[in-house]
Design a protein around this ligand. Structure first.
Ligand code: SF4
Length: 405
C-alpha cells in the first residue's frame, strides 16, 4: 500500500446534489466555508457570503438560530442572486431547527441543505421526534441534510449507554475509544433514522468533527469503513493562525490521501478583524498542494538567504500571487486553463534560472554582488533581461502579457 507517493483511490460514496453542486461520487472535493455574521443582519451576511463565494467557496453555511435569522434567509439568497452569487446556502440548525423550518417555509425553500446536529435536537423522547420533523421538512422541500456530529455537543445519552456497556464488559475500550465510537454511532444511527423516515440515501451527508488530529483521523477512517454516505471533513476548534492551519491540514491531508472526504471546511478562529476568506484560501491551497484540484496558478518563490539583501523578490512574489488571486474570477472565464500557470520568482542566480526554466514564466532577481540585471525565462527560454528601478513592475506586465497571449 504505497499511499505515501500517491493517493489511494477515492472511497466510493453516494453523490449528493447540494443546490447544483455535487458532493461525493466522482465529483471533485468541494470547498465550503461558514459565515460568522449574525444572519439577521442581512447586509453583513450578504457581503460575507459574496466575499466567500468570490474567494472560491462553492457552498456557504450560515447560522439559523432564531426567527429573525430564518426570516432573513430568503432575502439573503435573493440579494446574492441579484449580485450574481448563485452559491448554495446551508442552514446550520441547533435546538429549534424543527420549529424554525416549520414556521419559515420560505427559509426552508431558500436553503440548499440543512445541517442537523443530532446532539442538539432535543432531549430524550423529544429528540427523535424533532429530528424526524427536520428530516420530514427536508423531504417536503426536496433538500439534502448533513448530519453533523460534534464531540462538543455529543449525544450524552448515547455516550453514557456505551460507557455503561464498556464497564459491564470489563473496560475492553479506553474512554477515548468509547467516545469515538459514540461519535461514529451517533452519525450512523441518525442516518439510519433519517432513511427510515423516508429520506433518500442521496440526500444524506455525514460529518463527525472533533478537535484533536489523531481522533479525527480515527473517527473518519472508521466512519468511512462503516457507510457509503458522502463525508464532510473538518477539524473543529482547530485554533488560530498557523496552529489552526497546520492542525487542519495535517488531519485532512491524511484522510484525503486515503481517499476519504467529499467536501472540506477549514475552521480557523479568525484574528480580530481578520479576513474570513482565509479559510477558503487554505482549503484551496490544501487541495491544490496535494494535487486533487487546481484553483490558482502556482507562484514558486525561493525562501531567500544571505544572497538577497533586499525584500524586492518577496514583495514581488506576494504581489504576483495577490494579483493572480484577484484576477482569477475574470481570467478563468477569459483564459481557460490559466489556473495551470506556473510563475517563479527567485532571489538570485544560484537557483533562479533553473527554477525559472521549469516555470511558464520566471524571473531571477539580482542577488548581492550580482549585476543589477534580472533574466526572465518564458516557456523555458531566456526571453528578456530586465534592468532599472522598476524591474518588479516590468515583470508584472510580462506576466499579464503572457496570460493574455
Ligand atoms: Fe538564496 Fe538565491 Fe537560493 Fe534564493 S535562489 S534561497 S536567494 S541562494
Amino acid at each position: 500500500m504505497d499511499y505515501l507517493s500517491a493517493p489511494l483511490p477515492r472511497r466510493r460514496s453516494v453523490a449528493v446534489n447540494v443546490g447544483g453542486v455535487t458532493v461525493g461520487g466522482d465529483a471533485p472535493v468541494v470547498v465550503q466555508s461558514m459565515t460568522n455574521t449574525d444572519t439577521a443582519d442581512i447586509d453583513a451576511t450578504v457581503a460575507q457570503c459574496a466575499a466567500l463565494h468570490k474567494a472560491g467557496s462553492e457552498v456557504v453555511r450560515i447560522t439559523v438560530d432564531r426567527d429573525e435569522s430564518a426570516a432573513a434567509v430568503p432575502r439573503i439568497r435573493e440579494r446574492l442572486l441579484r449580485l450574481g452569487h448563485d452559491v448554495p446556502l446551508v442552514g446550520d440548525f441547533h435546538y429549534i431547527g424543527h420549529k424554525l423550518l416549520a414556521d419559515h417555509p420560505a427559509c426552508a425553500e431558500a436553503l440548499a441543505k440543512y445541517r442537523i446536529n443530532p446532539g442538539n435536537v432535543g432531549f430524550r423522547d423529544k429528540r427523535d421526534r424533532q429530528f424526524i420533523d427536520i428530516v420530514e421538512m427536508a423531504i417536503r422541500h426536496d433538500k439534502p441534510v448533513r448530519i453533523g456530529v460534534n464531540w462538543g455537543s455529543l449525544d450524552q445519552e448515547l455516550l453514557t449507554r456505551l460507557m455503561d456497556e464498556n464497564q459491564k464488559k470489563g473496560f475492553p475500550m479506553s474512554a477515548d475509544e468509547v467516545t469515538r465510537e459514540a461519535i461514529v454511532q451517533s452519525a450512523l444511527l441518525s442516518a439510519e433514522l433519517a432513511e427510515q423516515t423516508g429520506l433518500a440515501r442521496d440526500k444524506i451527508l455525514l460529518s463527525a468533527k472533533v478537535s484533536r488530529v489523531q481522533d479525527l483521523i480515527a473517527v473518519y477512517t472508521d466512519l468511512a469503513d462503516r457507510c457509503d454516505h458522502a463525508l464532510h471533513l473538518g477539524l473543529t476548534e482547530a485554533g488560530m493562525g498557523s496552529k489552526g492551519i497546520v492542525a487542519s491540514s495535517a488531519a485532512l491531508a491524511i484522510l484525503l490521501q486515503q481517499g476519504i472526504g467529499d467536501t472540506i471546511r477549514i475552521s480557523l478562529t479568525p484574528e480580530p478583524g481578520g479576513d474570513r476568506t482565509r479559510e477558503v484560501q487554505v482549503a484551496q491551497e490544501l487541495l491544490q498542494t496535494m494535487g486533487f484540484r487546481q484553483f490558482l496558478p502556482v507562484v514558486a518563490a525561493c525562501p531567500g538567504c544571505g544572497r538577497t539583501t533586499s525584500t524586492v523578490f518577496q514583495e514581488l512574489a506576494r504581489k504576483i500571487e495577490d494579483d493572480l488571486r484577484r484576477n482569477m474570477p475574470v481570467w478563468r472565464e477569459k483564459y481557460p486553463g490559466v489556473e495551470e500557470l506556473k510563475v517563479a520568482v527567485m532571489g538570485c542566480i544560484v537557483n533562479g534560472p533553473g527554477e525559472s526554466k521549469h516555470a511558464d514564466i520566471g524571473i531571477s532577481l539580482p542577488g548581492t554582488g550580482e549585476s543589477p540585471a534580472a533574466p526572465v525565462f518564458v516557456d523555458g527560454r531566456k526571453a528578456a533581461t530586465l534592468r532599472g528601478d522598476d524591474i518588479a513592475a516590468q515583470f508584472e506586465a510580462m506576466v499579464t502579457d503572457y496570460i493574455e497571449a
